[in-house]
Design a protein around this ligand. Structure first.
Ligand code: PGA
Length: 254
């Protein structure tokens, strides 16, 4: 019922030529893979050129961040309308690197989600605990607080909102969550969605896992009943690796 959704988050990597080549590679290699929705999120300066490489492809384009206002005097920021104008359909918001490195909090992320949805973009909202929080048995409390804060006042539409559980300790570290660890938090999120919204919304919502996903671990993560997709950083920078991850997300579940 939930179509697997695999997204590459290129972060602050590549140059223009590299972005074009990677986009072409992703488009070509994912063309034959059925039953998986695929997206890529390049750096802002390469959106237009990457969009041009995706002509005729079903690979969807997204941004890694956006500002929380529609327009105006916000030097250096990018609006949802600009992202749409560059061919984007998705925005990653609340990524832990934005939360922890740049200092974004749930209130700001909530405003960003509202502004992006109001403009007509779809949102991948990231949540996840640090190692310290996990070791203190606070994973569920942290995830719940992030969900509550980031989604305050938002009517969750599973066609327009995707959640990405990304334990901070697994991002870029090579330490992937075990399938059981991922599944436990995904199930917790699904139950939270059911309480906060409805059973139907909870059932339909895509919940991605992110954090050191690679071609070797993608299939076992995707085999978990509540893991519906993957948000891939480092391994999305190589077309072959990313294509292998997309292929592992092909539905085998009934
Ligand atoms: P990683 O990053 O795959 O390099 O761990 C994932 C992410 O931050 O989205």
């Amino acid at each position: 019922m939930r179509t697997p959704f695999v997204v590459g988050n290129w972060k602050m990597n590549l140059d223009r030529a590299g972005s074009e080549a990677l986009a072409r590679g992703v488009a070509a290699k994912s063309a034959g893979i059925k039953g998986v929705n695929v997206g890529i999120c390049p750096p802002f300066p390469y959106l237009l050129t990457v969009h041009a490489q995706l002509a005729g492809s079903s690979v969807q384009l997204g941004v890694q961040n956006l500002y929380c206002e529609a327009k105006g005097a916000f030097t250096g920021e990018v609006s949802p309308a600009m992202a749409l104008d560059c061919g984007c359909t998705w925005a990653i918001l609340g990524h832990s690197e934005r939360r922890l490195v740049i200092g974004e909090n749930d209130a700001l992320i909530n405003k960003k989600v509202k502004t992006a949805l109001a403009a007509g973009l779809k949102v991948i909202l990231c949540i996840g605990e640090t190692l310290e929080q996990r070791q203190a048995n606070k994973t569920e409390a942290v995830v719940e607080a992030q969900l509550t804060g980031s989604l305050e006042g938002i009517t969750a539409d599973p066609a327009k909102l995707v959640l990405a559980y990304e334990p901070v300790w697994a991002i870029g570290t090579g330490v992937v969550a075990t399938p059981d660890q991922a599944e436990a938090v995904h199930l917790f999120i699904r139950k939270w969605l059911s309480k906060r919204y409805s059973a139907a919304i909870s059932e339909q919502m895509i919940i991605q896992y992110g954090g050191s996903v690679n071609p070797g671990n993608a299939a076992t993560l995707m085999a978990q009943p509540n893991v519906d997709g993957l948000l891939v950083g480092g391994a999305s920078l190589k077309a072959d690796d990313f294509a292998a991850i997309v292929a592992s997300a092909q539905p085998v579940k009934t």
